[in-house]
Design a protein around this ligand. Structure first.
Ligand code: FAD
Ligand code: SF4
Ligand code: SF4
Length: 491
């Protein structure tokens, strides 16, 4: 019996480094890494030692034989990755001596041995992976600041409360809060003094501004950005407890990424099942008294290229309340999909031709996936009453009392740093902020709002690597009175 990786995997590759027989792939050295929904264990070579399960920060790994209910399919999903694949053929196992740079014998400066003082802004995954790298692999002293009173970034205020295993990774990061070389300042906005007092500053401030849809009625009351709804159920201090009104029977969510699926799942969940989770008590009370019976997920694209990942769709489908709006050509695309293709994931999901002029059916709450359909207009006098959505058979008006815009995020400008308006990020090269020596970025503000928690590990490591390269090359500005300045004779 082998072990298997399941739904909550955030692809941080911690398990890869502890596996004694290299049977977890793709590894960070392989071309597929960062492109798969999870990592996978090869059942043919796993020796059942359990080391990976002990190391996984989000409890995603189990003996395949112990999987029950909706998790059972992961035994097959892990094995599927290896069907007909020669993993070693993907990797260059022989060292390529021609690719190695010529040896260089750089003169070592005394400054190389003085501990660096680094400020890290943001306690989300990117900030914490940078902190981990600095504390474990250098002698740097770290000042860690976050504007919020509670650490964790989106792990605390973004990840859905019914994903407690994913939220557990926050405990792994929190171990560093008490490190003797770290000072933690919560409830503190980053200001220009950080750069004056530190050798380098890493901004890992995330990117949770709403991307605009550009449709009429977008700003009507009742049209909410995804960040408001997510912040509301997670008790974010910036979001009022009554920010989300659930008195309408139908809610439209624009988007089908994992955040859109999170919102649909929480709004239609049995409140009793959420009672033992970290959900904000006010949100739970509103869900209990709310009237929502249907959440419609509007997908601009078709089922073959929908934005969600397989684990999140499987979790939704397993609840039994997911329906696909079977307007043309959706049914044919799903039925015609070959095993393993994205559209084939929907083959067991019920379909219905939905009459959008009728109210949602009575009884059980449900989620409707409507593909090939983009919002054209939000209608209403004093607040949203309907969404006009496009489709291959023409526009339809969907009566809805609330709309959630979950079509993506973008970064906000950081005072004092350049900003790329089109991409919504701070322009950078391998984390170095253009024209600002000693200033770096990591995470979503560096590369844009995509990728799960684990994707920030390699991203933060690249940034810390750039910082250390600059320190060794003497490219960090000397601007404070301290050990480095004295060694360089400038204090
Ligand atoms: C709703 C949602 C749910 C998600 N769920 C999952 C999931 O289940 N699994 C998964 O793998 N990935 C999930 N992700 C993706 C994951 O959360 C991101 O990859 C990750 O959080 C990005 O990390 P970050 O550090 O760049 O940003 P963030 O996590 O946003 O952290 C940024 C931090 O910077 C702080 N900050 C911002 N500005 C300032 C300032 N001026 N001064 C001081 N501090 C500041 C913020 O308060 C915040 O704590 C989710 C994302 C979202 C939006
Ligand atoms: S159980 Fe052991 S051998 Fe199997 S994947 Fe995990 S670490 Fe590797
Ligand atoms: S979360 Fe990390 S340690 Fe756990 S299974 Fe995924 S890659 Fe491995």
């Amino acid at each position: 019996m082998a072990f298997a990786i399941t739904q909550t995997c955030c692809t941080d590759a911690t398990c890869v480094s502890v596996c004694p027989v290299n049977c977890i792939h793709p590894t960070p050295d392989e071309p597929d890494f960062g492109r798969t929904d999870l990592l996978y264990i090869d059942p043919a070579t796993c020796i059942d030692c359990g080391a990976c399960a002990d190391a996984c920060p989000v409890d995603a790994i189990f003996p395949a034989g112990d999987l029950t209910g909706p998790l059972r399919v992961y035994e097959e999903i892990n094995a599927e990755y290896y069907a007909g694949r020669d993993v070693l053929a993907d990797v260059s196992v022989a060292p390529n001596f021609h690719r190695w740079a010529p040896p260089s014998f750089k003169r070592v400066l005394p400054s190389d041995f003085a501990p660096l003082d680094v400020a890290v802004v943001g306690t989300g995954p990117a900030g914490m992976y940078a902190v981990e790298d600095l504390l474990l692999h250098t002698s740097a002293r770290v000042m860690l600041v976050d504007r919020l009173p509670v650490a964790g970034g989106l792990i605390r205020y973004g990840v859905a409360p019914d994903h407690p295993s994913t939220k557990k990774i926050g405990e792994t990061f929190a171990r560093f809060h008490d490190h003797p070389r770290l000072r933690l300042r919560l409830g503190t906005q980053a200001g220009p003094e950080l750069a004056e007092r530190h050798d380098a500053v890493i901004y890992a401030v995330g990117a949770t501004e709403a991307r605009r849809l550009g449709v009429p009625g977008e700003d009507l009351p009742g049209s909410l950005p995804a960040a408001t709804v997510v912040g509301w159920y997670n008790g974010h201090p910036d979001v009022e407890p009554d920010a989300v009104d659930l008195s309408a029977d139908r809610v439209v969510v624009v988007g089908t990424g994992n955040v859109a699926l999170d919102i649909a799942r929480i709004l239609t969940a049995d409140p009793a099942a959420l009672a033992g989770t970290s959900i904000a008590p006010e949100a739970l009370a509103r869900l209990r008294s709310g009237k929502v019976r249907e959440v419609v997920l509007l997908a601009r694209r078709g089922p073959e290229t929908a934005a969600y990942t397989r684990p999140e769709l499987l979790a939704l489908a397993a609840r039994g309340d997911l329906v696909v709006d079977a307007h043309s050509p959706v049914a044919a695309v799903i039925d015609g999909a070959a095993p393993g293709e994205k559209a084939a994931w929907l083959q067991g999901v019920p379909r219905e031709r939905i009459d959008w002029s009728a109210p949602p059916p009575d009884g059980r709450r449900r989620i409707v996936l409507r593909f090939h359909s983009a919002p054209v207009e939000f209608r209403g006098d004093t607040e949203v009453r309907a969404v006009v959505a496009s489709g291959p058979d023409g526009d339809v008006e969907i009566a809805a009392g609330r709309v959630v815009r979950a079509a993506g995020f973008r970064g906000a400008p950081v005072p004092g740093l350049p900003f790329d308006e089109a991409a919504g990020i701070v322009p950078n090269e391998a984390g170095r902020v253009a024209g600002r020596p000693g200033v770096y970025v990591a995470g979503w503000i560096k590369r844009g709002p995509s990728g799960g928690i684990g994707a920030n590990k390699a991203c933060a490591r690249e940034t810390v690597g750039s910082l250390l390269e600059d320190a060794v090359a003497g490219r960090l500005p000397v601007r404070r009175r301290g050990a480095r300045a004295r060694l360089l004779g400038r204090a």
